[in-house]
Design a protein around this ligand. Structure first.
Ligand code: SF4
Length: 366
């Protein structure tokens, strides 16, 4: 049961969201146990492979170039740097690595070629690879799939009605198209939202209705609480109550029984008891590591302690789907072939010069 038919209307979802909290958590916990092992929680690592300087205007994001925040922009990481971080994350229990780049969209250039190489390298380490790179065409999605990408993240963030209050540089439709492109390439979809941006409960369930309208809802739904960052338009938003995050996780759990619900940004504000309620309500994943792209996150050691106390076990990779096969990328192979050819030509030209061959002088006549 991918979508719960009992809660397929706005009214039913609002009623569910507003149920007495413990009733709601109990219902979510019951559904969670039917479809998932309640002791298993996936630890995922999120690294920012290219930070800041983004031309978009997402009102919550410190990486947008137009906002004056403390985020220092940096260029795309090297493949070796990513592999190093992936090794560290894996050694600390993460079975999934999400790579985020602050791009409006993917461009067909050498940077994207490098991301393809990152995907191949991390997939070879037996970690689930997820990427969040902005808008994506079907061909680009196909290249990522061919490289071994397990999941693509592209959030709807909120309801179609509230969306324009937060972002103006791309349409809701653009987001739906990217999700569709990932889906058509056979990549597992990760897509969720943020609460605490000033939206109404109608908007929270409105986002869920958008996922219900899809032929196949996302396999993974991250639920974030806004981390209000100085310098962004949402800097003055009051933090939401922990109960709201628990309600949202429980409602999402019940609405999409088979999806993995991810307790994402905003966890630093929660004590262990509140996090325990989130797991009870069906959260099946957390992001591990001291940073979530650019905002703080609990340390590995704190999470290990929490897992021990709550009796949770880290979920192994590819428990929810087969490991993709990494194939050689035709574009990169062709580039390497051309580079090798060019190198041979240069070597031959150098040998000719050493034999006394003089390149023809070109005289320019003005
Ligand atoms: S959320 Fe992504 S697309 Fe939006 S401004 Fe931040 S980096 Fe850019």
């Amino acid at each position: 049961m991918k979508v719960n038919p009992q809660y397929s209307t706005k009214e039913a979802l609002i009623e569910l969201y507003n149920k007495p909290l413990l009733e709601l958590v109990f219902e979510a916990a019951t559904i969670h146990r039917q479809f998932h092992n309640p002791r298993e929680v996936q630890m995922s690592a999120l690294i920012s492979i290219k930070t800041g300087g983004c031309p978009e205007d997402c009102g919550y994001c410190p990486q947008a170039a137009r906002y004056h925040t403390n985020v220092e922009a940096h260029k795309l990481m090297s493949v070796d740097q990513v592999v190093e971080q992936a090794k560290n994350a894996k050694a600390n229990g993460s079975s999934r690595l999400c790579m985020g780049a602050a791009w409006r969209e993917v461009r067909d250039n050498r940077d994207f070629d490098r991301v393809i190489e990152m995907v191949q390298a991390v997939n070879d380490m037996d970690m689930e690879v997820c990427a969040t790179l902005g808008m994506l065409s079907e061909d680009q999605a196909q290249r990522l799939k061919n490289a071994g990408l397990f999941a693509y993240n592209h959030n709807l963030d909120t309801s179609p009605e509230f969306y324009g209050d937060v972002i103006s540089t791309r349409e809701y439709e653009d987001r739906l198209r990217t999700i569709d492109n990932a889906r058509k390439a056979g990549i597992s979809v990760c897509s969720g939202g943020i609460i605490g941006m000033g939206e109404a409960i109608e908007d929270r369930v409105g986002m869920l209705l958008s996922y219900m309208a899809m032929e196949t809802p996302p396999e993974s739904i991250p639920i974030n609480a806004l981390v209000a960052v100085d310098g962004t338009p949402l800097e003055d938003q009051k933090p939401i109550e922990q109960w709201e995050l628990i309600r949202m996780i429980a409602t999402t759990r019940i609405a999409f029984p088979q999806s993995v619900i991810r307790l994402s940004a905003g966890r630093t504000k929660m004590n262990m008891e509140a996090q325990a309620l989130c797991f009870m309500a069906g959260a099946g994943s957390i992001f591990a590591g001291d940073k979530l792209l650019t905002t703080p996150n609990p340390e590995f050691n704190e999470d290990k302690e929490m897992f021990d106390i709550l009796g949770l076990i880290p979920k192994t990779s590819f428990a929810d789907g087969e490991k993709p096969v990494s194939h050689p990328d035709p574009i990169i192979e062709e580039r390497k072939r051309k580079d090798a050819e060019r190198l041979e030509e240069l070597k031959a030209a150098k040998a000719n010069t050493e034999d006394g061959f003089q390149p023809r002088r070109v005289v320019t006549v003005e």
